[in-house]
Ligand binder design. Structure first.
Ligand SMILES: [Zn+2]
Length: 454
């Protein structure tokens, strides 16, 4: 068992966390009987995070800078116990055969758990894909391999087909009809990129989605960058995420192509207002949109460089440092990085309650370090957050077994490909109670810790 200050019932309490043979939390309390008591001292025990948005690039024809091995290893170091891997690979994950092949190839190579999304491209394929996938991704603007995006009148049938499956549908919401390619044709960086893929493109896509989404759909809008869009989705009771790059960075002169992401970084007012919403609990989920490219690719002229940046290893450490600085409350972070993602994905984790998996972090808030690319585990070898303060978990447990200890990976690459408990064909463990709650999305106004008291 682990003993120490733990995030339980919406507050920090000194407790013992009992872990059963099956890797679940068996009890929380004082003076638990059991073997091997591990006192974490001044550190804090938290549920490990879930990242609902990453690109580990498998399969990719030709050279690639990432894999499920290296991607999940970065997640383990960064305190993320489960990651959603997106389907816009080369070739894209648009068929059951490709999805099953991807699942087979992942076995025995995962440092943490992985969830595989399928691309939502053809309504007729949805029922079969839903028996293997953990969720769907819909791209409303052109992306790798999945080109062109659906015409507007094709979106509603796609969402209707997906809603029958209960699985989450993550949407890249930018309307390409609002893009102004000439505005981004030059090499003047993030300011021009924001003009080329302007706020109107994101607003129009989300407005359309809210009109097209059937009532039962488990909709989740990826990487919202605009405060107004966050407010709109929250009013509509829909799930959405913001990424650390859109919360912490902004468009400005002088930024090179490493800061090129889709949707673009926005100018400072939007970014700081989005951060204010996040820290006040009005952004339900934080997700990395980990999308690494090699330093060489990112050294190209801005217009020619690919979009995306690494982030699965640094998301939680950057935000834990914000907690230490008192610019972010711990319950807001735990809700956005662990509890709500677990509910969206139907996984029995994300909180310290009996019956949940013992996926735990031990965090020493005094151990602030400076992010340096050379100390990270990303093959791409760079980070947009160089020299930012960060707090990495000292210990990370998956099903009660240490995968990181003393800040080093000690696991056996025995993470699993997992699916929502409510997925078609999935065995539903009695411990998952989040499926109904997640439908309410962020629309409920309960304080972030309230759900833990149920
Ligand atoms: Zn993405």
């Amino acid at each position: 068992m682990l003993a120490g200050r733990a995030w339980v019932g919406g507050r920090l309490q000194t407790v013992e966390v009992g872990v059963g043979e099956d890797g679940t939390i068996t009890a929380l309390g004082k003076d638990l009987t059991g073997d091997r008591r591990h006192d974490v001292g001044q550190s804090v025990i938290l549920p490990s995070g879930l990242d609902v948005h990453a690109h580990f690039r498998e399969p990719t024809a030709g050279e690639r800078v990432e894999s499920v091995d290296t991607g999940t290893l970065q997640a383990a170091y960064g305190g993320i116990g489960a990651v959603v891997d997106m389907p816009n690979t080369d070739p894209p994950i648009t068929t059951v055969e490709r999805l099953e092949e991807k699942r087979r190839r992942a076995q025995g190579r995962l440092a943490v758990d992985l969830l595989l999304y399928a691309a939502l491209t053809v309504p007729e394929r949805v029922p079969a894909l839903a028996r293997v996938a953990a969720g769907f991704k819909l791209y409303l603007s052109p992306t790798t391999g999945i080109d062109p995006p659906p015409r507007p009148e094709r979106i509603r049938p796609l969402l209707s087909a997906a809603s029958v499956t209960q699985l989450p549908v993550a949407v890249h919401a930018e309307d390409p009809r609002r893009f102004r390619p000439t505005a981004g044709g030059g090499d003047d960086g993030t300011v021009a990129w924001n003009a080329a893929r302007p706020p109107e493109a994101e607003e129009a896509a989300v407005d359309g989605l809210l009109m097209d989404a059937p009532p039962g759909l488990r909709l989740h809008v990826a990487h919202v960058t605009l405060p107004a869009v966050a407010d709109r989705l929250r009013r509509a009771g829909q799930s959405f995420e913001a990424s650390p790059q859109h919360l912490l960075l902004s468009a400005g002169p002088g930024a090179d192509a490493r800061w090129k992401v889709n949707p673009p970084l926005r100018p400072p007012p939007a970014a700081s207002e989005l951060w204010q919403r996040f820290r006040s609990g009005r952004v339900p989920i934080v997700a990395s949109d980990h999308a690494p490219h090699s330093a060489e690719e990112k050294a190209r002229p801005f217009a020619a460089a690919p979009s995306g940046m690494p982030g699965v290893e640094t998301m939680l450490p950057l935000l834990l440092a914000r907690v230490r600085e008192s610019s972010l409350d711990l319950p807001v972070l735990v809700a956005a990085a662990a509890d709500r993602p677990a509910r969206l994905l139907g996984l029995p984790q994300g909180r310290l309650v009996p019956g949940h998996r013992a996926n735990l972090l031990v965090v020493d808030f005094r151990a602030v370090t400076q992010l340096r690319a050379a100390r990270l585990h990303a093959p791409c070898g760079w980070t947009a957050f160089d020299r930012w303060p960060a707090i990495f978990p000292a210990e990370h447990y998956l099903d009660g077994r240490a995968i990181v200890s003393g800040g080093e990976y000690v696991g056996a690459h025995d993470g699993r490909v997992v699916r929502p408990a409510f997925a078609p064909g999935a065995a539903r463990p009695a411990t998952v109670e989040g499926s109904e709650a997640s439908r309410a999305g962020p629309g409920d106004d309960a304080p972030p810790g309230a759900s833990a008291r149920r």
